[in-house]
Design a binder for this molecule. Structure first.
Ligand code: SAM
Length: 235
């Protein structure tokens, strides 16, 4: 089963590539890819190309990543404004949009216009009008100060070309009491079926987020492969 998952990842986006596997699919299409190669002593993962976007909608994601449980754990309220940073094909954006309801808004950012086109298509098929796709730059979160209640980064933080710049923007964009949520694959678990540069330890996350001005509120460990770490701006 594990092997099937690994093979699917390789085929779709060139992620988990065992030495014996065929050449991975195209890795990138973002200007972010050429920027920095490391941050705080860890390699920055290459930006996942829109060419592998199908992988984001794979069937087993429901079972392994339990997106509805992840969104439920955020305890969103109707009317909230949520930024889905690095929204990809909008897999989480639509779930967030349902959680905040028609009076709320999901700002779905990405550096690849092709991903935003997929989100627009998804809005049409789901009938959800409260998602705002937004093209951003790799070093600019593209969010107005004091404009959001929560920022969610699912499988994104480890591939930010300039984490400090993005989190500076997020920190300024959060309303008082706002939250920043990272969902990352566990580097501590050798069975997590993804390349090491797409994983992070809890210690790494804590060591990076503290100096960037965030205080940890909660670490949720109920998913098989990933953890959810929730922060708020430190005073
Ligand atoms: C692995 S995908 C995850 C997509 C989505 N969060 C999900 O879980 O389905 C990472 C996404 O982050 C985007 N990305 C990378 N750097 C970014 C940045 N600085 N700002 C916004 N999006 C970014 C990529 O273009 C890609 O669509």
């Amino acid at each position: 089963m594990r092997w099937i998952v690994v093979a699917a990842l390789v085929a779709a986006c060139g992620r988990a590539a065992p030495a014996t596997e065929a050449a991975p699919a195209p890795a990138i299409a973002s200007p972010a890819a050429d920027a920095a190669t490391s941050y705080a002593g860890r390699p920055i993962a290459p930006t996942m190309s829109y060419l592998g976007a199908g992988w984001l909608d794979r069937d087993d994601r429901i079972e392994r990543e339990r997106p509805d449980d992840v969104v439920a754990a955020l305890r969103l309220k109707p009317g909230m404004v949520v930024a889905d940073i690095g929204a990809g094909s909008g897999y989480f954006s639509v779930r967030l949009a349902r959680a905040v309801g028609p009076s709320g808004v999901v700002i779905a950012t990405d550096v690849q216009p092709e991903m935003l086109a997929l989100i627009t298509k998804r809005m049409a098929t789901t009938g959800l009008a409260n998602i705002e796709p937004r093209l951003v730059k790799p070093d600019d979160a593209g969010l107005a100060p004091g404009s959001i209640d929560l920022a969610l980064l699912v499988d994104v933080y480890h591939e930010l070309a300039d984490p400090a710049a993005i989190l500076r923007g997020v920190r300024a964009a959060l309303k008082p009491g706002g939250r920043l949520v990272l969902v990352e694959y566990r580097a501590e678990d050798p069975d997590v079926p993804i390349k090491p540069e797409h994983t992070m330890t809890l210690a790494q996350i804590r060591a990076e987020l503290g100096p960037l001005g965030f205080r940890e509120l909660e670490d949720l460990e109920f998913l098989p492969d990933q953890r959810i770490v929730i922060f708020t701006p430190a005073p």
